[in-house]
Design a protein around this ligand. Structure first.
Ligand code: ZN
Length: 74
């Protein structure tokens, strides 16, 4: 059994962790470093939604991409 903890509030995430995996590329100060971030749903909302980052746009882009790639209707 793997326990996943939120990187922001350090509570255990029982279900639906928000997961971010990223490897920094050439030209970055962190060239070649990888990070794995887990957030609970509450922290995700606090960090991303309250700062009004444009996640809707991403959602729309993803939908368009899905429609293009798999013919998914939505
Ligand atoms: Zn949290």
């Amino acid at each position: 059994m793997i326990f996943i903890y939120c990187n922001n509030c350090f509570t255990e995430i029982k279900s639906n962790p928000v997961q971010i995996n990223h490897t920094f590329g050439y030209g970055s100060k962190r060239d070649g470093e990888s990070v794995e971030i887990h957030l609970c749903e509450n922290c995700f909302e606090k960090i991303f939604l309250e700062k009004k980052l444009n996640l809707k746009l991403l959602e729309k882009k993803l939908k368009k991409q899905l429609q293009k790639d798999f013919g998914v209707e939505n």
